[in-house]
Ligand binder design. Structure first.
Ligand code: GLV
Length: 311
């Protein structure tokens, strides 16, 4: 089998994959066009359109990330070719740490102390007990479920939401539209870990933001398209004084990098990170890629992406 790898540091991935899969010929997009055309499988992260169009007898694609939105929205994506995505592969733990940090940021008032420091203001805030700080996690896929469990293990009551019913230990699970309303009404921090699909786009909008308790905070290590930015800015209000929304910690944006002129950059109650919450760890990811390629090649059943659902 011939596998074409396309990602930043593709040579590193190529060599590591070749060691795991000695039966395969692993190439990168730097290989000659004739070799690229003959690729049986692609293992790719945000490939250019031409690269998806080239292979003449493609049998499968492995998405080297958890979110398949960029791949599914690529006009070069051939239809009918099965897609496998990474599931967790160590990303969930990293995202879990990001979320734990962000929840503590608000629960222990680090946001307030940071602003006070700018004015040399020495003022202590009473700590709200973790038990009184419910955290909502929208999206209970491989990543959302792990993150929800990690936050619950820290002692916060956690409410999870997914479109269809799920059950998780130590997490109160909600589903459907009514479940979303019930969750929003009670959480002090809202974490977004849904995939980007037509059904989830702008799930955080004026209506859902106003359903949150006053003073809630938003944490988005998921996808930028989940949030209606105008509604977010409106709910935040201006300046240092806390608005209806206390603050936001954002790692994902509809267009990345976030444009320099975007007002979120300079908002005093917004923390921005450059889509770093869950980098793909090479080792576990490569194990999954090798396993997927072997299953593809052996014609074994494999959990593929549903392009209509978008995940
Ligand atoms: C990163 O955003 C991923 O989807 O893996």
């Amino acid at each position: 089998m011939r596998v074409l790898v396309h990602i930043d540091d593709a040579e590193l991935w190529r060599d590591a994959l070749a060691r795991r899969l000695p039966e395969a010929e692993v190439i990168t997009s730097a290989a000659p066009e004739s070799a690229r055309r003959a690729a049986d499988y692609l293992a790719v992260w945000k490939p250019p359109e031409w690269l998806l169009r080239e292979p003449t007898a493609l049998k499968g694609i492995v998405n080297l990330g958890a979110g398949v939105d960029a791949l599914l929205n690529n006009p070069g994506l051939p239809s009918g070719v099965p897609i496998v995505k990474l599931r967790d592969a160590g990303m969930a733990e990293l995202i879990g740490d990001y979320v734990r940090y962000a929840v503590l940021h608000f629960q222990r008032d680090f946001d307030r102390y940071r602003r006070q420091q700018a004015h040399a203001e020495w003022r202590e805030h009473a700590v709200v007990d973790k038990a009184d700080w419910p955290v909502g996690v929208l999206g209970l896929g491989a990543i959302g479920a792990k993150v929800a469990s990690m936050v619950a293990a820290d002692g916060f009551p956690v409410h999870g939401w997914s479109r269809s019913p799920k059950s998780l230990e130590a997490v109160t699970c909600h589903h459907g539209d009514a479940g979303l309303a019930a969750l929003l009404a009670r959480v002090r921090s809202l974490v977004l870990l849904l995939p980007d699909t037509p059904a989830t786009r702008h799930i955080v909008n004026a209506e859902t933001l106003s359903a949150l308790p006053a003073g809630a905070s938003l944490i988005n290590p998921g996808r930028g398209t989940l949030v209606d930015e105008a509604a977010l800015l409106e709910a935040l209000g201006e300046g240092e004084r806390e608005g209806r929304l206390r603050g936001a910690v954002l790692d994902a944006f509809p267009e990345e990098p976030l444009a320099a002129e975007n007002p979120l950059w300079s908002h005093p109650r917004v923390w921005i990170t450059p889509h770093m919450a869950g980098p793909t760890p090479l080792g576990a990811a490569l194990d999954q890629v090798a396993e997927a390629l072997r299953a593809f090649a052996a014609g074994e059943p494999i959990d593929t992406v549903d392009p209509a659902a978008g995940y």
